[in-house]
Design a protein around this ligand. Structure first.
Ligand code: SF4
Length: 890
């Protein structure tokens, strides 16, 4: 029995996974998760054999081979550079890259092509934290480690739905709270699952974080909680910052009015922070994704610097990174404004990196950041772009303009493992190896480098990203500089560069790993940086506790910040659109959207809206809404919930054209960015919301995944079922306009001409049911009915798909009573054991279940990955309050 130890490819927690004879489990020896996995990690085994992989290079839609495709990419990039200069080309890469992929792509663009036009989707995730760290500490460094979660007495979670987005860290925090009584304060405009379990929830108005933390800073001063001796010796900028804070947050009444938080709750938070020494502030996209994200980060860092609560057990600011290897990308210079190994574009650093790489044409200045990069594609300044392992046609703000830019770009290369909204724009599409097939390293939020190890062969012609970039470099004339035989050789060079002429000036130094041979690389245990030559490097490390910072004077810098980012949206009567993650999906759903059990928790794109706003817009419970602004329009189901602040709406970032007629919410998001970090404001766009009155609803089940062609007046949303796909349908024009002929019906069902089509129709009631059978086996079925008539349950009907049906079963299906087809749907809460909210509420009530452990004993829910525990606690709370259980769907 052999075990391969690797790392989860989703979020920045960086959990270890042990694969033994094809069975995946949490790696009990990995320090990030100690064996735990969340719902996404626990379902990874279901993503291994996903269909529809890209298997061969494609050129203009025609199947090709690697030589032809790579020759073409190299020739087009070379020719574009010759004619228009190096800044006419760009790479847009990904936090899904392994460090080795990142290193090679960055070296090629910055060292040899001679442009810094390489940026990454991590720009959308944590660029403001990077900029804030550099301003305050002199280098992009997270001071703490995960063990601090077990040693803190107060955890302040800001703009972070940790329970859903970093679930394993949240479970560690919950376990610590059980032991030591850690207090938890959640600061978030929405009442998320995380807020449900917090001791105090501060529902601040979106964008008012700087005022909130400036108010905290002035309170800490008044309360005598500042460490003046530490400030005198270790910090600069104190007086200016205190002045700015006093002006920005002059009184508790002012702060209450700006943030929308009651003075009582504000004071409770401020007093907790002042009183408790061991305090951590953990923050994520709610802080970073803003036009003043960098200032928000520094407002948080200022409070820790002024109290000296940094770099010691259980205390400090902590940026939770979204992606598995956002941190690795930062190490190698994957952002357009970094060089490599935490070096900048200063003359000294350019000279140093240029000599190390043997690069005669090193980029002299920073390149274009993500939003500006795609604007340059649109304006024609960039004429050739390579997009790797990311889906900007869905995930970028103002996504319609990104699509238009790619449509008009003379040469677009897309490398990915699956087709996406972006790959349809690729002149050349290159098949990339996926997670289980790739070897390399990733770095998680606590600076811990872990090996990702392949445990399956890549299918067809799929190849790792580093290999593609090295092959193109070779074809462009730099064969010697890119002659890497394997990822280990790339890692050694990366580690050596981190130590090159370092002399303690840069904290990012992993020189101790530069001499590891292939066997040592293969056996590399998770290790936190810094690990310079000669230092033992297996213990958890904290930084800055000694008060030394990598700035010219060795002091940290408090940064004066002020202002609000919550002015009323520009459109009249508009609501503020916040976008973000849901529990069981990852990014644009290329993997998680194809796993049936991960689509049961939230099956459709939903806009969360407060009851007051829903009433003003005329939206009924379970109704639909049109969300629109000058950039576009889309229809989604509405989730009416008091968890949402009035005046603000929330939509998930995950859905794309592959999964719903609504498509990517990025289409409606404005392209404003933070002026320092370049991070887009994905949480502050203005939208109009109006009710859409559906006339009919429907359910389509069929085997093929292809998106249905139903015209512009029909809403659809796709979810995988065990033997095919289920589509929820709804329309706001007469049903007759959808099914106009048998040919259209057969196309919708995607059944061949020889398939048998059976039907039931009641034109008077406008109820129609169809089933397509091939050799007696159910290939597809379609149920249509006016709004108000109950449709068969998706789960019940899906069980019949692919099965041979006897005559009685066919009749039963058309009568919609087969296999419990008429059972009312039950939204799944525990994805691991498929336990729904109604079943849970009934069991809690009837069996008098009092806690999560009792629910686990009775129904198994919450006993595997634990991602649903916050929702179980809410159901228990609701049961006590005798309230409706599912009032906060997303
Ligand atoms: S918390 Fe979940 S998604 Fe994140 S790394 Fe761990 S298992 Fe993967």
């Amino acid at each position: 029995m052999s075990t391969v130890r690797t790392t989860c490819p989703y979020c920045g927690v960086g959990c270890g996974i042990a694969v033994t004879d094809g069975v995946l489990n949490g790696d009990t020896s990995h320090p990030a998760n100690l064996g735990r996995l969340c719902s996404k990690g626990a379902a990874l085994k279901d993503t291994l054999a996903l269909p529809d992989r890209l298997l061969s290079p494609m050129i203009h839609g025609r199947e090709s081979d690697w030589d032809e495709a790579l020759d073409l990419v190299a020739a087009q990039f070379t020719e574009t550079i010759r004619k228009h200069g190096p800044d006419a080309v760009a790479f847009y890469v990904s936090g899904q890259f392994l460090t080795e992929d990142y290193y090679v792509a960055n070296k090629l663009m910055k060292g040899f092509i001679g442009s810094a036009n390489i940026d990454t989707n991590s720009r959308l995730c944590m660029a403001s934290s990077v900029a804030g760290h550099v301003r305050a500490f002199g280098e992009d460094v997270v001071p703490g480690c995960y063990e601090d979660l077990e040693e803190t007495d107060l955890a302040v979670l800001v703009g972070s739905n940790t329970a859903w987005c970093h679930p394993v860290l949240y479970q560690r925090l919950m376990a610590a709270r059980e032991k030591r009584g850690t207090k938890i304060v959640a600061i978030d405009p929405r009442r998320t699952s995380t807020c449900e379990t917090a001791d105090l929830h501060l529902p601040l108005a979106a964008g008012s974080d700087v005022v909130l933390f400036n108010g905290l800073l002035t309170h800490l001063s008044r309360a005598g909680a500042l460490d003046h001796s530490w400030i005198a010796q270790r910090v600069s900028g104190f007086a200016e910052t205190m002045n700015a804070a006093a002006i920005s947050a002059p009184s508790i009444e002012f702060i209450a009015s700006a943030t929308g938080i009651t003075p009582e709750d504000l004071l409770q938070f401020y007093e907790l922070f002042a009183r408790i020494q061991r305090v951590m502030t953990l923050y994520s996209q709610g802080v970073n994704q803003s036009v003043m994200g960098t200032d928000k980060v520094n407002a948080i860092l200022n409070c820790h610097l002024a109290t000296g609560r940094i770099g010691r057990a259980g205390m400090g600011p902590f940026s939770l990174t979204g992606q598995p290897n956002a941190m690795g990308g930062r190490e190698v210079g994957g952002l357009a404004n970094q060089l490599a190994a935490h070096m900048s574009f200063s003359a000294k650093d350019l000279d140093r990196v240029g000599r190390f790489w043997g690069a005669s044409n090193i980029a002299a200045k920073p390149g274009l950041k993500a939003v500006d990069m795609f604007k340059a594609v649109r304006s024609g300044r960039i004429k050739a772009i390579w997009i790797a392992a990311t889906n900007p046609a869905a995930s970028m703000p103002d996504a319609n303009h990104v699509r238009a830019a790619l449509e008009h770009c003379p040469f677009v290369v897309v490398s990915d493992a699956w087709p996406t909204d972006t790959s349809v724009h690729g002149h050349v599409v290159l098949p990339a190896a996926a997670w289980a097939e790739k070897d390399g390293t990733v770095t998680n939020s606590e600076r811990r480098i872990s090996r990702q190890r392949a445990f399956r062969a890549a299918p067809g012609g799929a190849r790792p990203d580093w290999w593609m970039f090295a092959e193109v470099a070779r074809r462009m004339g730099w064969g010697r500089e890119f002659s890497y035989p394997n990822p280990a050789s790339i890692f050694r060079e990366h580690a050596a560069l981190s130590a090159f002429e370092n002399g303690g000036t840069r904290i990012f130094d992993i020189g101790a790993l530069a001499d590891c041979d292939d066997a040592a690389y293969d056996a590399l245990e998770p290790v936190q940086w810094p690990c310079p030559k000669g230092r033992t490097h297996n213990a958890s490390s904290r930084l800055f506790g000694d008060g030394r910072f990598p700035t010219p004077d060795g002091r940290a810098r408090m940064v004066p910040v002020s202002g609000l980012d919550n002015e009323l949206p520009a459109l009249d009567a508009a609501l503020k659109l916040n976008t973000g993650r849901i529990r069981d999906q990852w990014h644009t759903m290329t993997r998680t959207g194809r796993v049936p059990r991960l689509m049961t928790h939230v099956a459709e794109p939903q806009i969360a809206i407060h009851p007051r706003d829903a009433a003003m817009c005329g939206i009924a419970p379970d109704g639909f809404a049109r969300i629109e602004n000058e950039r576009g329009s889309m229809v989604m189901r509405a989730s009416i919930t008091p968890a949402q602040r009035p005046g603000e709406v929330f939509a998930p970032m995950h859905w794309t054209d592959q999964f719903s007629s609504a498509g990517a919410i990025g289409r409606l998001v404005h392209d404003k960015t933070d002026p320092i970090s370049g991070q887009p404001d994905l949480k502050g766009s203005a939208v109009h919301v109006t009710a859409v009155k559906m006339l009919w609803t429907g359910l389509l089940l069929r085997r093929p995944a292809a998106t249905p062609d139903l015209g512009e007046d029909v809403y659809w949303s796709k979810a995988p079922a065990d033997s095919g796909f289920a589509f929820d349908l709804a329309g706001w024009t007469e049903l007759a306009s959808v099914i106009r002929s048998e040919a259209i019906l057969r196309r919708l069902l995607q059944i061949p001409a020889e398939a048998e089509l059976v039907s039931y129709s009641d034109p008077k009631r406008s109820v129609f049911r169809y089933a397509g059978l091939l050799g007696g086996r159910l290939e597809a079925c379609l149920f249509l009915a006016p709004v108000g008539v109950v449709l068969p349950s998706k789960e019940g009907a899906a069980k019949l798909l692919g099965r041979t049906l006897e005559t009685a079963e066919r009749l039963s299906l058309l009568a919609a009573d087969a296999q419990g087809c008429m059972t009312a749907p039950d939204r799944i809460v525990c994805a691991c054991f498929a336990v729904g909210g109604n079943s849970l509420a009934t069991a809690i009530r009837n069996k008098n279940l009092k806690n999560v452990a009792e629910i686990g004993s009775a129904l198994q829910a919450g006993t595997n990955c634990g991602s649903c525990i916050p929702e179980l606690k809410k159901l228990l709370k609701d049961s006590v309050r005798n309230r409706e259980p599912m009032d906060a769907a997303i």
